[in-house]
Design a protein around this ligand. Structure first.
Ligand code: HEM
Length: 476
């Protein structure tokens, strides 16, 4: 009797201990299983990796977020490693983040080997705000005027190059637009030092090695001491040395206030050498592939839509007859072409997401988001949301006509982000550059697709065509 009692007690103690151990193990190994949030979403696919394997399997963050929101609605959660993240995909929810400035560094760490710890990307609070204030001077109207002169010079050069081609010649459009965009951003931001094109080529060679490595690292880290790792480190060192030289030259021969470009403004500030070099690389990373593919996608959409192309050409013709040239003073008169650029940004989803975090608990969409939780802005998901953009895959610049754009919420069109005075600093630069180049190229030439191509998007850090796009041109 007595020993039976003991057995029962033993069993009860064992059962309780087992249950506690099991719960602790499950909580420890699967943080998601506790669902410490009321936000619907995924449980981790793996204890350490969270939903990273799902992101890999989806092919890209953008494709992952698209499926996540299809399944769970406009506010959804997932695990980035062991970190719970929330994603927002509706203009109404975004409005609750309009004033949030700080970026969660962890979500942008994959850029760090290239841009360095001192990059603007990791600057939050007062430091981030004061650096963004400084950088905004580099994109004000006066500076944009100087950039426009450089856009005009570059567009004359590229028109000359295309003029020498026969109408049968197949032209690899991304290759040409990449070269044009890189040369333009280097010359506009860094000026005199890159007057010699050999310096541009040297920077391009090293930049390509580093960028390629950053893309590779999204799926696979290099082994320590491998040839791949050494190649990256050498190329990065070359870029850093180059920008240290540029900084030194700017200190030795300062530009007058009226001639100041991006680099001169940084050098004239109290930023450290590390910060300056980091931000030069950060602005190249931010502004090179984005503008290259904005131009490539723009020409592609125009080559596939003859009516739009004719309308652009007529509008440019009229403006050139009135004003003789296009610059930041009259670029907005090209109303239809501005619509084309907006629709290109919408359809191409160049930069599909960004993120913010806050150091307080907040309520969004009826859910509490705990402090320091990264909150993604699924920009690309909303740019393709059928509820906002009927037939979202269709290229239709008329969506942005004055009449039609009354129908959608301003925030819905946010290819450059929308939150906290920290949207893309190069948005004006990119838009004016695209309008000027596309205007000049469509005024001088007719663009035709080479038959038989299937053009598909590869959503990476910057969305680009999976394969080269081939076109032919004829003179107007
Ligand atoms: C062609 C089109 C471009 C697109 C679609 C684009 C898109 C974006 C987006 C979505 C962000 C994140 C904004 C946010 O967090 O709210 C961003 C940030 C940034 N962009 Fe752009 N961008 C473009 C061109 C440029 C250009 C031309 C430059 C440089 C001249 C540039 C430099 C940067 C930098 C430095 C950041 C980081 C800002 C920060 O963290 O404070 N971008 N861009």
């Amino acid at each position: 009797m007595y020993s039976g009692h003991l057995n029962m007690l033993d069993f009860a103690i064992f059962a309780v201990t087992f249950a506690v151990v099991l719960i602790v193990a499950v909580v420890y190994l699967y943080p998601g299983s506790t669902r410490s949030t009321t936000i619907p979403g995924l449980t981790p696919a793996d204890a350490k990796e969270g939903n990273l394997p799902d992101i890999s399997a989806a092919g890209s963050f953008h494709q992952f977020l698209t499926t996540l929101h299809q399944e769970f609605g406009n506010i959804a959660s997932f695990y980035y490693g062991t970190q719970l993240c929330v994603s927002l995909a509706s203009p109404a929810l975004w409005k609750q983040h309009l004033k949030v400035f700080d970026k969660p560094p962890d979500l942008f760490l994959f850029y760090q080997p290239m841009v360095g710890e001192g990059s603007l990307l990791y600057a939050n609070k007062a430091d981030g705000r004061s650096r963004r204030n400084l950088h905004s001077k580099c994109f004000n109207d006066d500076t944009m005027k100087k950039y426009c002169q450089a856009f005009n010079t570059a567009s004359e050069e590229i028109k000359d190059k295309f003029s020498s081609m026969s109408k049968e010649e197949h032209i690899p459009i991304c290759q040409y637009m990449t070269a044009l965009a890189l040369k333009t951003i280097i010359k506009t931001l860094f000026g005199k030092y890159f007057e010699d094109d050999r310096k541009v080529l040297e920077l391009k060679k090293n930049f390509d090695i580093c960028w390629h490595e950053i893309e590779l690292r999204l799926n696979e880290e290099p082994t320590e001491g491998s040839a791949r790792q050494k190649r990256f480190e050498k190329a990065l060192e070359n870029i850093q040395t180059l920008f240290c030289d540029v900084r030194r030259q700017c200190i030795d021969k300062p530009s007058s206030e009226k001639d100041r470009l991006f680099i001169d403004t940084l050098v004239a500030s109290d930023c450290s050498e590390d910060e300056i070099v980091s931000d030069c690389i950060t602005y190249l990373v931010g502004g090179f592939h984005t503008t290259a593919y904005l131009l490539s996608w723009g020409l592609y959409f125009l080559a596939t839509d003859k009516d739009a192309q004719e309308k652009v050409s007529e509008e440019v013709d009229e403006l050139l007859q009135q004003d003789g040239k296009i610059d930041n003073g009259n670029v907005n008169k090209l109303i239809y072409l501005n619509q084309v650029v907006k629709e290109t940004l919408r359809c191409s989803i160049l930069s599909p997401w960004t993120a913010r975090y806050q150091d307080i608990d907040v309520e969004i969409g009826g859910h509490i988001i705990s402090k320091n939780t990264p909150v993604m802005h699924a920009l690309g998901v909303v740019l393709q949301d059928e509820a906002v953009w009927p037939e979202p895959k269709k290229f239709d610049p008329e969506r942005f006509s004055a009449d039609n754009s009354k129908d959608f919420d301003d925030v819905a069109f946010s290819p450059f982000g929308f939150a906290g005075r920290r949207t893309c600093p190069g948005s004006k630069y990119a838009t004016i550059e695209a309008v000027i180049f596309l205007a000049e190229l469509c005024h001088k030439f007719k663009w035709h697709m080479v038959e038989g191509q299937v053009v598909e998007s590869k959503y990476g850090l910057v969305t680009h065509p999976k394969e080269e796009i081939w076109v032919t041109i004829s003179k107007r």
